[in-house]
Design a protein around this ligand. Structure first.
Ligand SMILES: [Zn+2]
Length: 206
């Protein structure tokens, strides 16, 4: 049993919970986050810590390599799509952020994958969503092709977000905004995709 989690919960219950009791008990009545965020499962990319937010502020969807699939019909299990649908149509969030990150293991698996390998794993199949990002990264002249693929996959996810009718209609009406951000832990930088620049620009002063 992961006892460190039980001990952590005890610290939370006696510390953070008591210090924020009124706010947390108000949240127990219902949530109304303004921002939905798609981030990677990577243990180093913890959005609530990175953005210094509190419970109730961020509706976070985490998956391998922070990918948004296109809107698809069919009898498969669409966890990310379901979460986005609830965030947009149920919670009426005003913003969706796709948060990519440096040193992404999912992207590395995609970039390092040998062509025509059989026995696709779940990760291989999931990461095939970002195959166009891999192709773009390999075709470009970027020094860091992993980073080029991480950037490209964010652009792809932004395009895929717009294939959901409930997202496109709200973006067109101006009631929902979508953003592609990139976090680099080693460089301590945060940047955003800017379509007019065809690339990423810093979100911070330095
Ligand atoms: Zn990752």
């Amino acid at each position: 049993m992961p006892n460190e989690l039980v001990k952590g919960y005890e610290r939370f219950r006696k510390g953070y919970f008591l210090q924020n009791r009124d706010r947390l008990l108000t949240l127990a009545q219902g949530q109304s986050p303004r921002i939905a965020l798609v981030s990677c499962c990577d243990s180093r990319v913890d959005p609530t810590v990175v953005f210094d937010t509190s419970p109730g502020e961020l509706f976070v969807v985490r998956n391998v390599a922070n990918l948004v699939p296109p809107c698809e019909d069919g009898g498969f299990f669409h966890g990310t799509s379901a979460a986005l649908e609830f965030a947009v149509t149920g919670l009426n969030v005003s913003d969706i952020v796709v948060l990519g990150h440096a040193q992404c293991g999912g992207i590395a698996a995609l970039m390092d994958k040998q062509p025509n390998t059989e026995n696709q794993s779940f990760i291989d199949h999931w990461m095939s969503l970002a195959a166009p990002a891999r192709e773009a990264a390999l075709a470009g002249d970027a020094q860091n092709r992993y980073q080029a693929c991480e950037h490209s996959a964010i652009e792809l996810s932004l395009q895929n977000l717009m294939t959901f009718p409930f997202i496109k209609s709200r973006v067109d009406q101006g009631t929902l905004s979508i953003h592609g951000w990139y976090y680099d832990l080693a460089q301590s930088t945060l940047s955003r995709f800017e379509s007019s620049e065809k690339g990423f620009v810093s979100l911070t002063d330095n």
